[in-house]
Design a protein around this ligand. Sequence first.
Ligand code: FAD
Length: 476
Amino acid sequence: MPAPKTLAELEQDVRRDLALTAHPSAPWLVPKTSGGKPVLDCLVIGAGQCGLAVAHALQRDRVDNLLVVDRAPYGKEGPWVTYARMRTLRSWKTQIGPDLKLPSLCYQAWHEAQFGADHFDRMTWIPKELWQDYLLWFRRITGVKVRNGVAAGAITPSRTDDGLPCLRVETSDGPMLARKVVLATGQEGVGFWWMPEFVAALPRHLRAHAAEEIDFAALRGKRVAVLGAGASAFDNAAMALEAGAADVQLFCRRAEPMVIQPYRWLTFAGFLKHMHQMPDAWRWRFMAKVLGLREGFPQDTYSRVTRFPNFLMRIGQPWTAARAEGAEAVVTTPKGEHRADFLICGTGVRMDPSAVPELAACAGNIAQWHDRYTPPAAEADERLGCFPYLAADSSFEEKRPGETPWIRDIHLFGIGTSMSFGPAGSSINALSIAAPRVAAGVTRGLFEADLPRLWDSLLAYDVKQVELDPARLAAE
Ligand SMILES: Cc1cc2nc3c(=O)[nH]c(=O)nc-3n(C[C@H](O)[C@H](O)[C@H](O)COP(=O)(O)OP(=O)(O)OC[C@H]3O[C@@H](n4cnc5c(N)ncnc54)[C@H](O)[C@@H]3O)c2cc1C
């Protein structure tokens, strides 16, 4: 079937498709106030792919009183044009994402409308900048309301003027009120970018995390040591090499580097749709295996570093200590010491609600996996036990019921959902399945809280669809 020839044609298709599939389109929510101030039905924090996808799903369910905020300036949301240092996405180009399975909204449709179907066929991987452009187009064409440059802070409980629970969110634009909050704040949404404490203790000019801004040009002629053997560690090693670093060595904890990508294995409907409905023991077992393997590096990423003779991968050599000596960093490994001018840690994130300003008022009462499930000794993993243990609607559960019941109105969408839901928000492959599920969690709560009002509405319902003929009515 021929693809639309221009973006303008595709945009017409999008509008038509959205209209054709708008059912049920009746508005059903009534705007609320709190202290006379307007209350949003939902505030989505984060305008990355997860925030946009869930906002779009909510809009489709007529949650119109909705706002998305992002602290990043327009066009700089998420990792794609900031700290993602690969050239292309690592996921297949045919994977769909925030489109919620609407063909005209898919990445491929957008790509073909601009560059042609042949171009899409010839392309192996999606350039990351194009993915970002696509997300911005998606946001415009779906009309998702986003306010950039607004940083959200602490969330606390409040009430609407008619007595319903709602949340108050401090933001750089002043306080905002919302009945529901979706936390779509990315990789560090329920934690922080982690590096070993002994590396973090070094002066900043000697070390960085792979997710930080790094002045690669300044690494020209320098010796760089990278910790970690996941895809991001390799991307950062490649950037250093391409910038002219004299020597780049990558330190891998494992004796055998991980060359498979578990996210490829789990990309099938059964897993993506139903893992979250399985008993804890199975959810733990599968996700502990997947997250234990980490994000594997693809062939292209590997080739990007191995074309440099001054690259070396050291296997079975975790860092056990580090110190600064003059202008150098010295790291200790089980095989001896290694000296470098700069260290980069590709060591991912750790879950820790207490590290997140938005959760300052409730962090201590957010249930985590270690509160709810004890795995068999062979499957134990302290790191994974810190993931939040989420309710079926993707909201936080309380560690001690009754202390902070309002956290049931904060729904999480991002990598922090991984132990509870599988890769719901941690990769593109699950977005089209996970976003409607999170949106349904939000609408369920809004609907439930509105039951008394809706009951009154039903009782008052008097829209006649037929005029009776009195001459044809007999009571006896
Ligand atoms: C380097 C890298 C490469 C990846 N490559 C792939 C890939 O190729 N394929 C794949 O499927 N997955 C990939 N992923 C995984 C995943 O798809 C991405 O992390 C993706 O960006 C997740 O989307 P998100 O919406 O959860 O978070 P993000 O895209 O990070 O968006 C979160 C947004 O929240 C905003 N924010 C955070 N805190 C606040 C606050 N307090 N107030 C206001 N705004 C806030 C941020 O500014 C950001 O824009 C990659 C991840 C990384 C880190």
